[in-house]
Design a protein around this ligand. Structure first.
Ligand SMILES: [Zn+2]
Length: 125
């Protein structure tokens, strides 16, 4: 699942009213660890299945998470996304396109130049 796929759900901005509704629905608690969220505590609207891993913006995929629970999941999401990307590339791109092409080794056909035994450098025909 990449932003190039047709059904990719792009991140949307939640309005303060929507944030308040999610917070009220969660009962003022983190929906991961059930920690009570006080006035000074930072919290996030977390996509339970990450957008980049095929998640949606639907209400049942969005939960209130405290600032302690989020980093660990972000790390896991990044790992999963990287794995998905590698699998996607391996399955959908032909070998020639996915091979990295750096600078050609000097003297090979791909470099376009060749060196004769007498030291003269000339173009490949
Ligand atoms: Zn939590």
């Amino acid at each position: 699942m990449t932003p190039f796929d047709d059904d990719y759900a792009f991140r949307r901005k939640f309005t303060p009213k929507q944030r308040a509704q999610f917070f009220a629905k969660a009962g003022g608690r983190c929906q991961k660890c059930t920690r009570k969220l006080g006035p000074g505590d930072k919290w996030h609207l977390e996509h339970v299945q990450a957008l980049r891993n095929g998640g949606t913006n639907d209400d049942d995929n969005v939960e209130v998470w405290c600032a302690w629970c989020k980093p660990a999941k972000d790390k896991l999401d990044a790992t999963t996304a990287a794995k998905n990307r590698r699998v996607h590339i391996k399955h959908h791109l032909p070998t020639a396109e996915r091979k990295k092409q750096g600078r050609a080794m000097p003297g090979t056909r791909r470099s376009g130049l060749r060196k004769r035994m007498n030291g003269k450098v000339e173009k490949w025909d």
